[in-house]
Design a protein around this ligand. Structure first.
Ligand code: NAI
Ligand code: MG
Length: 349
């Protein structure tokens, strides 16, 4: 029996993961659940944001459903004891190198977008961001030049196998979606990007049905707000993906609607699934949190780690159905509670 680790975390994390668990249980998938504290909750209970019991559970599990971490009461702690270290520790310990951020316009949410509704309506893309390489993890340093000026540097580099594995995720996803893959780089200026482009091109013949296009990152940023409907699957490096994925989420509107996955294989392996939002201490404990992002993260979990596309589609349709029916938490301008949103999604299921 597949084991799903639930790490609710802090603030609204427990509120939204509880609704996601209800939805998973209602599907009767024959999976088991185990919960463990993480983040500030774990620090208060066990003195560390990622206790060894929690890490062990994450490693034993077939998939991890994560809420959010972040606790104002921990703000004065040493950096390595801060709640946010838990998510970095999990990524590192479990070796998750691919970050998937779908951005899809939900029914009736066009007005929440920063874009004009008729443009926003077409948004349905997945950004696949490389997570463990690039300029964030290259050699870093500071030095002083002979004439006394300070200099800082961060080395941008990618190895071909790092590029290839992320490209495989992109091609495989595109194959199962609208069969379009856009690879984003800056190959007109960067050597790293030229290697990236070569490796992606070498893989293309293995996916003859997928239309591959390369796009410079500056153009991609512009196209994403000009005509976001043209994007299906996007692959890109760590730095460009960090920026583009945040940009794409704002085009969709409420932060309470956006799921994510961190993977180490394109499918069939353990992964970490979480809403893109944080612990929202300003609304925690008030039943105001929108659980849709956590519930859509559970759908991604079924799709990628448990190889259950049918159940994933059912959940996604139920969320769309509940929203189309007019249920709205306060972040979407309504007055429904977290559990009322959960109820509506269960009813639509
Ligand atoms: P946040 O995402 O927690 O909140 C930003 C704003 O969006 C707040 O006004 C909040 O009320 C609202 N919001 C967020 N999720 C919502 C939901 N599901 N329904 C309704 N409204 C929602 O970001 P913020 O305030 O910058 O960070 C709060 C804490 O969360 C910090 O400690 C931060 O480090 C942590 N954080 C953790 C993340 C994670 O666990 N992966 C990601 C981002 C932030
Ligand atoms: Mg970011």
């Amino acid at each position: 029996m597949a084991l799903i680790a639930i790490l609710p975390g802090d603030g609204i994390g427990p509120e939204v993961t509880a609704q996601a668990r209800r939805v998973l249980e209602a599907l009767d998938l024959g999976v088991s659940f185990e919960e463990a504290p993480v983040g500030g909750a774990a620090y208060h209970a066990a003195g560390h944001p990622l206790p060894s019991e929690t890490l062990d559970l994450a490693k034993r599990a077939d998939a991890i459903l994560f809420g959010a971490v972040g606790d104002p009461a921990c703000d004065t702690l040493d950096r390595h004891l801060r709640p946010e270290q838990a998510i970095l520790g999990l990524r590192k310990e479990l070796g998750f190198w691919a970050n998937l951020r779908p951005a899809k316009m939900m029914p009736g949410m066009e007005d929440a977008s920063t874009l004009r509704p008729e443009i926003a309506r077409a948004i349905d893309m997945v950004i696949v961001r490389e997570l463990v390489g690039d300029v964030y993890f290259g050699e870093k340093g500071r030095r002083e030049t002979a004439d006394g000026r300070r200099e800082g540097h961060d080395l941008m580099s990618y190895a071909e196998d790092e590029v290839r594995r992320i490209a495989v995720v992109g091609f495989e996803m595109a194959q199962r979606r609208r069969k379009s893959l856009i690879s984003v780089d800056k190959a007109n200026v960067l050597e790293t990007s030229q290697l990236w482009r070569d490796v992606v091109n070498e893989l293309a013949p293995d996916y003859p049905e997928v239309a591959l296009q390369h796009m410079y990152v500056d153009n991609a940023a512009m196209q994403m707000v000009r005509n976001p409907g043209q994007f299906d699957v996007v692959i890109t490096g760590n730095l460009f993906g960090d920026i583009l994925s945040d940009q794409a989420s704002m085009c969709v509107g409420s932060i309470g609607l956006l799921p994510s996955a961190s993977l180490r294989a394109w499918a069939g392996d353990n992964g970490l699934y979480e809403p893109i939002h944080g612990s929202a201490p300003d609304i925690a404990g008030q039943g105001k949190a929108n659980p849709c992002a956590a519930i859509l993260s559970a759908a991604m979990l079924l799709r990628h780690s448990l190889d259950n596309e049918d159940a994933a589609l059912k959940i996604e349709a139920a969320v769309a159905g509940a929203l189309a029916g007019g249920v709205r938490t306060p972040d979407m301008g309504g007055a429904d509670s977290t559990s009322q949103m959960g109820d509506a999604i269960l009813a639509a299921l």
